[in-house]
Ligand binder design. Structure first.
Ligand code: HEM
Length: 509
């Protein structure tokens, strides 16, 4: 099949291209004292003691709040024996012990909440008094639609942080990936330059090459998955491989083989490792980091195998003062966001839809948070999907968002109330906005826990980092640049699974 669209003029010599191994093994950045190896040894030596405290804290909200921000009667507990106190003091080694028990409590609370991140967030929010803010990790979290919308419409300051903790760079995360860059409002910013180039070269839904590739997707999917059935959608590896192949095809015009697709599914299956801070990574002997480094190397290997280096050299040339050296660094950064947000997010969306279509609770969701309403059988669900696939996918993702929250920083000193205490947070403290909870704010979505694909305000959901597909979409500067592609791929796969004819309308701009 032909590859229409822009052909890159630049070519990457071996020297310009560089070594991915050197990129992922570059010196570590921003390692706080409490994540040093001395702290890790301390955590191992005191493990039973920290675990005991963590069991109580992970199961009892009041204790969890206490170890998070220090609410007990011990003088200065808020400053000296809480995770928040450690952050506000610059995370010194002498406060590392607050993290040993805190990270274990978080893990236990997650398990106690059925391994559902949304259920964990809701549990923490209630533990902190169901107010505007709560504390988790290294920052304050906000959840209301109003707050999330305000942040999403604004210029955001970003750091190398993910899940409201400092990201492990450059080994677990690539440095300078889009989600770590601030959108300052200037068209000359690093964020603008990379985002513009990514959109123009790979993700422009108005371009002819994009549209022709998306039109080919159903045929490729059909070839890969003969005799589809609804039950066949329970094979998550199959779904993840199809998503990986489809994303790669839409961007590069190459339908990769099963072995390569299996490698790329790692962007979904390694999701747990991305949220762990360096202290925990080291505590588990960097097992997660090693896996993700391998994934990054193998992903770049697939790009090289298909001879796509020139595309990245061309993109690099368009970056002006933000040009990367060597080119492979840019390839790694781009493939990182494509893998992480694109393959991971779209796989999650398709898996959620597969479960919803069978009126089953998806693996990572909480049964308490999902009610089927009038769509309590698989037959009714399938009929609803066929009526309007776009709305069906949007409502599924509103209730079970593939990306649950994102990390910015407070731009100014902010007074927050945490568990009844008024605390002045300095500017620069991490600030998580929780789209998964905003999508359930009763002030905007009535009966938020009930499935209803006929909601009139469905496109108000912030699932794609803004009110995607709505008339106000342009008001959200960081709206996901892969939103159209994710919908097109999800529909192509689900349509095939349900035996819906491939003439379905695809999302266009
Ligand atoms: C259902 C699937 C998807 C969902 C729900 C989703 C959602 C999101 C969200 C919430 C963000 C903001 C993350 C943050 O700022 O930390 C984001 C960013 C991003 N997404 Fe998606 N996404 C999906 C699929 C895709 C696809 C298919 C691609 C590309 C192939 C993609 C590429 C990106 C990129 C590059 C960013 C960074 C944008 C920036 O920071 O300016 N996403 N996405």
């Amino acid at each position: 099949m032909s590859e229409a669209g822009k052909e890159p003029a630049a070519s990457a010599s071996k020297e310009d291209w560089g070594s991915i191994s050197k990129v992922v093994n570059a010196p570590l950045e921003n390692v706080s004292s409490d994540a040093s190896w001395i702290s890790v040894i301390g955590m191992w030596l005191t493990f039973p003691y920290s675990l005991l405290q963590a069991i109580f804290a992970g199961l009892c909200g009041r204790i969890f709040v206490c170890i998070s921000i220090g609410t007990c009667c011990i003088p200065c507990s808020e400053q000296l024996c809480s995770a928040m106190g450690s952050v506000l003091r610059g995370r010194p080694l002498y406060m590392a012990w607050t993290w040993w028990r805190y990270v274990l409590s978080g893990l236990i609370a997650l398990i106690a909440n059925g391994a559902s991140r949304l259920a964990l967030f809701q549990w923490e929010w209630r533990a902190f008094g169901s107010g505007r803010y709560w504390w988790h990790g290294e920052g304050v979290w906000c959840w209301s639609y109003e707050d999330c919308e305000r942040i999403l419409k604004s210029q955001q300051v970003r750091h190398s942080a993910f899940g409201c903790v400092q990201a492990c760079v450059p080994d677990l995360f690539a440095t300078n990936i889009l989600i770590f860059l601030s959108n300052t409002g200037s068209s000359d910013s690093e964020w603008s330059a990379i985002r513009r180039a990514l959109h123009e070269l790979f993700l422009d839904p108005a371009s002819e090459s994009y549209q022709s590739r998306v039109r080919q997707l159903p045929a490729y999917i059909a070839k890969d998955w003969p005799n589809p059935t609804l039950e066949g959608m329970n094979d998550t590896t199959r779904l993840q491989k199809l998503v990986s192949k489809s994303v790669f095809y839409a961007m590069f015009g190459k339908w990769i083989d099963d072995a390569d697709a299996l490698v790329l599914t790692g962007w979904r299956t390694n999701a747990t490792y991305f949220i762990l801070p360096r202290l925990v990574q080291r505590f588990i002997f960097n097992l997660g980091i090693k896996k993700v480094k391998k994934l990054r190397e193998n992903t770049v290997g697939i790009v090289q195998k298909h001879g796509l280096q020139d595309k990245f050299a061309a993109m690099n040339d368009s970056l002006g003062r933000w040009k990367r050296a060597p080119v492979v660094k840019l390839c790694d950064e781009i493939m990182y966001v494509i893998g992480f947000a694109g393959i991971g997010g779209t796989s999650a969306a398709v898996e959620s839809c597969a479960a919803f279509l069978q009126a089953k609770i998806p693996k990572e969701a909480s049964s308490k948070a999902i009610k089927w309403g009038q769509y309590d059988t698989s037959a009714k669900m399938v009929a609803k999907y066929k009526e309007n696939p776009d709305n069906y996918i949007r409502e599924t993702c509103r209730m079970d968002p593939p990306v649950t929250s994102a990390t910015g920083v407070l731009k100014e000193v902010t007074e927050v109330t945490l568990a009844g205490k008024n605390i002045e947070m300095p500017a620069g403290v991490l600030n998580q906005y929780v789209v998964s909870m905003a999508n359930r704010d009763p002030a905007v979505f009535s009966d938020p826990e009930v499935f209803n694909a006929d909601r009139s305000n469905l496109t108000k959901a912030l699932t794609w980092n803004g009110a995607a597909f709505s008339v106000e979409e342009a008001d959200y500067p960081r709206v996901c640049p892969g939103r159209y592609l994710s919908m097109d791929i999800a529909k192509a796969i689900i349509n095939h699974g349900l035996g819906v004819a491939s003439g379905t309308e695809f999302v266009t701009v």
